[in-house]
Design a protein around this ligand. Sequence first.
Ligand code: ZN
Length: 243
Amino acid sequence: MLVLRSAGALLVLAGVATGCAGPPPDAARPPDAARPPDAAPPPHAAPPPPASQQPPSRAPSPAVEVVTRGNGRLTVVPGTSAPSGRGMATTYVVEVEGALGIDPVEFVAAVEQSLADPRSWGAGGRRVLQRVDTGTPDLRVALVSPATTDRLCAPLRTGGYYSCANGDRAVLNAARWLTGAPSYAGHLDDYRAYLVNHEVGHTLGFRHTTCPGTGTRTGQPAPVMLQQTMGLGGCARGPWPYP
Ligand SMILES: [Zn+2]
């Protein structure tokens, strides 16, 4: 159980419980604007939250079976996509853990659709994205069980609930993929687009941000690098980097 003793404790929670891979705000690091978009993302040095700050415990929808522990082996899904534009492509592979009970083809289709969307990271020709299945990709998008999420995200503590990015790999927790999050209740497809874009954003070097203008401009789409699994912070759902 999470016990907050004071407003100060609440602020601490907001700072350290990153939930998805990006390190928490850190004044010692340069702001995102100072980093070129293609720079290697910072290492995952986020300190684990105290044991008392576990992610919420929610039972998945009874209509959806979530495998909590797959076989631990990631397999690259065969196939490639057309580049999302002209120019040098940022290449990615899609990986799926075995024994998840999820059709890799359907997962690939959703990932490709998200990253090829004109509101995604390639918006306005900013970047060309292309799925590949051989060679050395620039990044990886993996769908894994909660147990494997925790292993691949360590030392960040995902608690079997959150997702992360670790180095060049976006690690998507299959439990969230299947059941979404309360902040996106009733909008699973949007949540999946958010999850892909947010974690891939980390692999591209983008870091967490907040809902701008909270209290005065509520209802605007959340920045995709807001940790929306935890809540929307006064914004509306925001699955896209460039809505
Ligand atoms: Zn994140």
